[in-house]
Design a protein around this ligand. Structure first.
Ligand SMILES: Nc1nc2c(c(=O)[nH]1)N[C@H]1C(S)=C(S)[C@@H](COP(=O)(O)OP(=O)(O)OC[C@H]3O[C@@H](n4cnc5c(=O)[nH]c(N)nc54)[C@H](O)[C@@H]3O)O[C@H]1N2
Ligand SMILES: Nc1nc2c(c(=O)[nH]1)N[C@H]1C(S)=C(S)[C@@H](COP(=O)(O)OP(=O)(O)OC[C@H]3O[C@@H](n4cnc5c(=O)[nH]c(N)nc54)[C@H](O)[C@@H]3O)O[C@H]1N2
Ligand code: SF4
Ligand SMILES: [Mo]
Length: 713
């Protein structure tokens, strides 16, 4: 092959929500180097260690490039044509025999980072007409979507912190210094928090662990896991009772504010310190400081989302921002206006709840899907409508959803599974057929999801960086082929033509808020974006939520009936609350959920899959730092090294998720050598936010024992 000159491609990173711009040097179709792109107007050169793993994924010998089919327990490469036919035939036959719901679908996190999956996946999934749809949403951001649906009228009208202009930020249950931000697309959060503090602002972190973010903050308070709802009620009650409320510009746009006030004030809190670990006076002082700040924002994420009261928490957080006039205001919580405007262009549904129920335990659908916690019972419980086959799209639910061991058993008994994945993982190893899409750098990219959650209005389109091997399929092409073959089975008279996702983006850009139809002659188009591969800055966030509300009344519903009613559940639960040792999760800057542990450069160094525990708790259990201990919960047990850490709240232990790569049949050589254990072998599929089915991944009651005492039993 003739030697090619080195050239630099500019490309957004798709490995987390921060979507940093990268400058990737390539020669001979190989990545030479990956650096931050200083000319990206949003990320300005920021990069984290994970971005370099894009090269490892590209060159990973374990990455599948051709479809594989399981024959007598062994994987055999087959051609794409045979693979598409096999998938369509099997799914079709199963639906013909057992009905549409016999196929379950689970969609994982990388779908939202891959625009081809978003444009073409839903077309195929609609054909399946299965009510058994699951995704990572119910182990993640579902409370945000649901609360936006009930209060603002659309699941994707999700406000984000205007971090660059605020003077006062409370961060509850998020660790953006490790995660790089979530439901807040914010490259270089560290730099932004530094600037916030440099302008005299306050950053207050509420977290059961003195996290990396807590260490950067001006103040940190330990909170007992799962008790944030009490903190938030105490905070809001103080604002309401001390007349610290002033919704200001929002006043004419609110409905049911007095109902919300009565509901919140009606909760008798009892001993707040005993329930939350934080003194009532401290919470009240925080409320006063928040109300007094010129521009303030209250932000809550994973720790309060994956919590038994996640929806209540997100509702109260919105109310705090509303009551202090900080919603839809510079320096507060604001709505981005993305160039591809899913909400305005009606490209996705508004959301909903309880339009159907799960078969076995009759739990409600929320925002178009069922809780991932129900997957195993829907597979394992016989009867009409039982799931017999699964379509797994970019997900690894055995490591990422609760009671992974039970799901492992359930997947093993399926009649058929097809997985869209380029790895043979803990989950896809159960497939009969794996369809591997191109790797992240091998397809073009427009960030349909995260530009809509960005702390500035920005946009960028990037071409692929590396040419995939001939006869490779992008995610959208896989879905397109599946759609065609399924339609053929259905006897459809015409089949859809191939329409690449970039063409849909071009159309959406033209019709969007910066498009040809609105803003001539400066209009955005795909052509213009292609000419600006570093991305284009479209301006700071502006107040516009009140004009975009999609509720029937056109106002913000401050007291959605189902949410207010859920306070009763909280009241009933409180009587049963016990103080036991509880388990929470954590993320590390060099991890990415379950699927980057095959990158040698990311897993090197000291073992990170350890149980963090306060030294006093170690002593209480007569254990030592570095000892291998047994952690057990209602659903299972794992053995793991204990690591003493004064950063933990006493009574709380922490284990990261996404590990546990030693299951038989996993084809991830590097990950197997750094297997760790899966925290989701401990998380409990029955611990849910009962209102919407989000899994309470945090605050799981656990017991500790030393290995010797386990062996004696
Ligand atoms: N205990 C606990 N559990 C958690 C969490 C927690 O904090 N604690 N976090 C939860 C959260 S927030 C999330 S988002 C979930 C994530 O859970 P999942 O989405 O189920 O799992 P991932 O680990 O992201 O695995 C993604 C899979 O997609 C594959 N993949 C990567 N890119 C692509 C692509 O472009 N196309 C296709 N087809 N496949 C691809 C990878 O190889 C991998 O197998 O985990 C959740 N689970
Ligand atoms: N490096 C890295 N970055 C990632 C990911 C990754 O796996 N690795 N995953 C990405 C994904 S999919 C997501 S959704 C985002 C998530 O990003 P974040 O929302 O920032 O999530 P975490 O980093 O898990 O931080 C959650 C924090 O909540 C705390 N916490 C646990 N339980 C409670 C509780 O009951 N109350 C309170 N107040 N706090 C609690 C934990 O100690 C932890 O510090 O990160 C994304 N970015
Ligand atoms: S912070 Fe996220 S988007 Fe930025 S380089 Fe790291 S992984 Fe990529
Ligand atoms: Mo997530």
């Amino acid at each position: 092959m003739a030697h090619q000159e080195k050239c630099t491609h500019y490309r957004a990173c798709t490995l987390c929500e921060a979507i940093c711009g990268l400058a990737i040097e390539v020669a001979d179709n190989r990545v030479i180097s990956i650096k931050g792109d200083p000319d990206d107007p949003f990320s300005k050169g920021h990069i984290c260690p994970k971005a370099l793993a894009l090269k490892d994924i590209q060159e990973d010998p374990d990455r599948l490039k051709k479809p594989v089919k399981k024959v007598n327990g062994a994987w055999v490469e087959i051609c794409w044509d045979e693979a598409f036919d096999l998938a369509a035939d099997r799914l079709w036959d199963i639906q013909q025999t057992h009905g549409p719901d016999a196929i379950g679908v689970y969609l994982g996190n990388p779908n939202v980072h891959n625009y081809g999956a978003l444009t073409h996946g839903p077309v195929f999934l609609r054909l399946l007409k299965s009510k058994n749809r699951f995704s990572a949403t119910s182990v993640d951001q579902l409370p945000h979507q649901y609360i936006s649906y009930v209060m603002y009228g659309h699941q994707f009208l999700i406000p984000v912190p205007d971090i660059d202009h605020t003077d006062h930020m409370i961060i509850m249950g998020a660790n953006p210094l490790a995660s790089n931000g979530s439901i807040m697309t914010v490259p270089d959060v560290k730099g932004r928090l530094d600037r916030l503090k440099a302008r005299g602002g306050q950053v207050i972190v509420i977290d059961p662990r003195r996290s990396e973010t807590a260490k950067k903050a001006t103040a940190h308070h330990f909170i007992t896991p799962g008790r944030d709802v009490i903190f938030l009620l105490a905070f809001l009650q103080h604002l309401l009772r001390e007349k610290l409320c002033n919704p200001a510009h929002l006043t004419d746009h609110l409905e049911n504010f007095d109902t919300a006030r009565a509901a919140v004030e009606g909760v008798v809190l009892g001993d707040v310190k005993q329930q939350t670990g934080i003194a009532l006076e401290d919470i009240q002082r925080m409320a006063e400081d928040f109300a007094a700040a010129e521009r303030a924002v209250f932000y809550g994420r994973m720790g309060v989302s994956t919590n038994p009261y996640g929806a209540l928490c997100q509702w109260l957080i919105q109310l705090i921002n509303i009551a202090t006039g900080n919603l839809d205001r510079v320096g507060g919580m604001m709505i981005p206006l993305p160039a591809v405007d899913l909400v305005g262009f009606q490209l996705v549904g508004r959301g909903g709840r309880d339009r159907w129920q799960s078969r076995v335990s009759k739990r409600p659908e929320v925002c178009g899907e069922l809780s991932a916690s129900l997957m195993a019972e829907e597979i394992l419980t016989p009867g009409a409508g039982q799931i017999r086959a699964m379509l797994l799209g970019a997900g690894n639910p055995i490591l990422s959803t609760p009671n992974g061991a039970q799901l492992d058993e359930a997947f093993a008994g399926l009649d058929f599974m097809v997985a869209l994945d380029f790895y043979i993982t803990e989950s896809s190893r159960h497939a009969d057929l794996i369809l591997p899409p191109t790797a992240p750098l091998e397809h073009d990219h427009y960030d349909v999801s995260f530009l809509g959650l960005a702390v500035s209005n920005v946009t960028r389109f990037n071409d692929k960086v590396i040419d995939a091997a001939p006869d490779s399929y992008d995610e959208w092409e896989i879905y397109h082929e599946l759609t065609r073959r399924y339609l053929r089975k259905m006897g459809a008279p015409t089949l859809p033509k191939k329409r690449a996702p970039h063409r849909l983006i071009d159309m959406a850009l033209s019709n969007g808020p910066y498009g040809r139809r609105r803003a001539r002659p400066e209009a955005l188009s795909l052509r213009k974006l292609k000419a600006h591969p570093h991305g284009l800055y479209l301006g700071d966030l502006k107040p516009l939520l009140t004009r975009r509300l999609k509720t029937k009344s056109g106002k913000i519903d401050c007291a959605p009936a189902a949410v207010v009613a859920d306070l009763k559940r909280l009241q009933a639960d409180r009587a049963q609350w016990q103080d036991s040792l509880v388990l929470i999760g954590r993320r590390h800057i060099r991890s990415n959920n379950s699927w980057l542990h095959n990158s040698p450069r990311l897993v090197k160094g000291k073992n990170r899959c350890t149980l963090l525990i306060h030294p006093d708790d170690l002593e209480k259990h007569q254990m030592q730092d570095g000892q291998v201990v047994c952690v057990s919960s209602r659903v299972g047990q794992v053995t793991v090294t204990a690591e003493a850490s004064a950063d933990m709240m006493p009574g709380v232990v922490s284990l990261p998720h996404g590990w546990g790569h030693d299951r038989s049949g996993v084809k991830l050589e590097v990950a197997r050598a750094h297997a760790g254990v899966s925290v989701n072998d401990l998380t409990d599929e029955t611990r849910l936010d009962e209102l919407i089915g989000t899994v309470a991944l945090n605050g799981v009651p656990v017991e500790l024992s030393s290995l010797e005492s386990v062996e004696e039993k």
